[in-house]
Design a protein around this ligand. Structure first.
Ligand SMILES: CC(C)(COP(=O)(O)OP(=O)(O)OC[C@H]1O[C@@H](n2cnc3c(N)ncnc32)[C@H](O)[C@@H]1OP(=O)(O)O)[C@@H](O)C(=O)NCCC(=O)NCCS
Length: 160
């Protein structure tokens, strides 16, 4: 177990692979272009994230027996910036579980995992949530465009 807060805990998705279909559905509905990808594509994709000691990996927040949020660590989240690694991505908490600190707990757990793997810095890009990460202590690194040509901000966090 990576973290515990009230009734919530955070585990590697590798310890709870049966949560993949529900997590993939959240992520699919939030971010994926459903004309290009199917839910099955995303479910298959998550099977690559069942690591605990190397990238890519995923964490899941759990309340009792229910998944209530997720986050990923992977090699790269922006084709133009492959020289930066690793990246936080796909942080998602369903609406009914928001504003209870689940996002913060997942983010802090991922930072600890990253430090444990020996990475001194962690990166992310965001089009919509830079204020959220700034509140969690992330530093602005650069403004650029994402692979779709939309404005995006790169943020950085020291892990140790
Ligand atoms: C962003 C997200 C993960 C936050 O999860 P959460 O568990 O509600 O977050 P926490 O409980 O740790 O923090 C809640 C606080 O963050 C604020 N917040 C949430 N989303 C925000 C955003 N996009 N920008 C600024 N602040 C935000 C809330 O208003 C709340 O503020 P308060 O503490 O002052 O009341 C969740 O809203 C989500 O899944 N959103 C959709 C996906 C997304 O945007 N992911 C991040 C993409 S890079």
């Amino acid at each position: 177990m990576l973290a515990v807060k009230n009734m919530m805990c955070v585990k590697f998705l590798a310890e709870k692979p049966h949560f993949i279909p529900i997590i993939a559905k959240w992520v699919y509905e939030e971010w994926y272009d459903q004309e290009i990808r199917t839910l099955s594509d995303v479910i298959n994709y998550y099977s690559h994230f069942l690591n605990t000691d190397k990238i890519p990996l995923s964490l899941v927040a759990i309340d009792g027996h229910k998944p209530i949020g997720t986050i990923c660590l992977w090699e790269n989240d922006l084709n133009s910036h492959k020289y930066l690694r690793p990246w936080l991505s796909a942080l998602f908490v369903p609406k009914e579980y928001r504003n209870r600190g689940v996002g913060r707990l997942l983010t802090n757990s991922l930072i600890s995992v990253c430090a444990g793997l020996g990475y001194k810095n962690l990166y992310l890009r965001t089009e919509t949530a830079s204020a959220y990460y700034a509140k969690l202590g992330w530093d602005f690194l650069e403004e650029t465009v994402n692979d779709k040509g939309e404005k995006t901000l790169i943020l950085k966090k020291k892990t140790m």
